[in-house]
Design a protein around this ligand. Structure first.
Ligand code: TYD
Length: 214
């Protein structure tokens, strides 16, 4: 597989269903990287730069209910292409660890599987990212949407995506499980039903085992 030309840093992504505890784990991980003096950047998708954040606002606005699934998928891919250029590539080239909250697997789980656009279409529009910026490791926080929603107590009415309902989120989860099965070398599944501390310990252990962390 073709790799980005300049890439000395490692690229890790975090994935999971809405409400799986990913944000808490990312906060703990950032604190850990600060404490250990690891050169890193923390970023997120959709977003992570001026243009990509503007696209994020369009995507996540509760007002854009008439957006087609194809338009949505293309906007995620567009935000990603800009984000890779603005933030990911420069950090990888300077040897930093890039920690990204969501990436192409979100497009596969949400747009390809849950919205039903299919893997081919979503892989095609994300070919640039898939070929040049494959994550070294992807941490999937494995928690079903039923378990996640119990923790979260309902949906935010301004969030178009969360209104889509439980059936949609179940398909997202099944999509993630499929990706994890297809790429066991890249995707690490961490049991999200454990306590926050246990999940975090498992994340660190997996990243050490893969030589991402000392
Ligand atoms: P966000 O508020 O950042 O949610 P979370 O804290 O769960 O990451 O919103 C991101 C939403 O965007 C989330 O519902 C998943 C969705 N998404 C896609 O559907 N496709 C994508 O490619 C990406 C990156 C995100």
């Amino acid at each position: 597989m073709e790799r980005a030309e300049e890439r000395t840093g490692k690229f890790i992504t975090f994935e999971g269903c809405d409400g799986c505890g990913k944000s808490t784990q990312l906060r703990l991980f950032s604190e850990y990287l600060e404490k250990t003096g690891t050169p890193y950047i923390f970023t997120r998708e959709p977003g992570g730069g001026k243009i990509s954040e503007a696209i994020r606002e369009i995507l996540l606005s509760g007002k854009n209910t008439e957006m087609t699934d194809e338009c949505e998928a293309l906007l995620y891919a567009a935000a990603r292409a800009q984000h890779l250029r603005d933030r990911v590539q420069p950090a990888l080239a300077s040897g930093k660890l890039v920690v990204c909250d969501r990436y192409v697997d979100s497009s596969l789980a949400y747009q390809a599987y849950a919205r039903g656009l299919g893997e081919d279409f979503v892989r095609k529009i994300n070919a640039y990212a898939l070929e040049k910026y494959r994550p070294d490791v992807t941490v999937f926080i494995d928690l079903t949407p039923e378990e996640a929603f119990l923790r979260k107590h309902g949906a935010d009415e301004n969030d178009r995506l969360e209104q889509a309902g439980m059936q949609f989120h179940k398909r997202v989860y099944e999509g993630y499980k499929k990706i994890a099965e297809q790429e066991p070398d890249r995707v690490v599944c961490v049991d999200g039903r454990q306590s926050v501390e246990e999940v975090f310990a498992a994340v660190l252990a997996e990243l050490r085992a893969r030589n991402i962390l000392q």
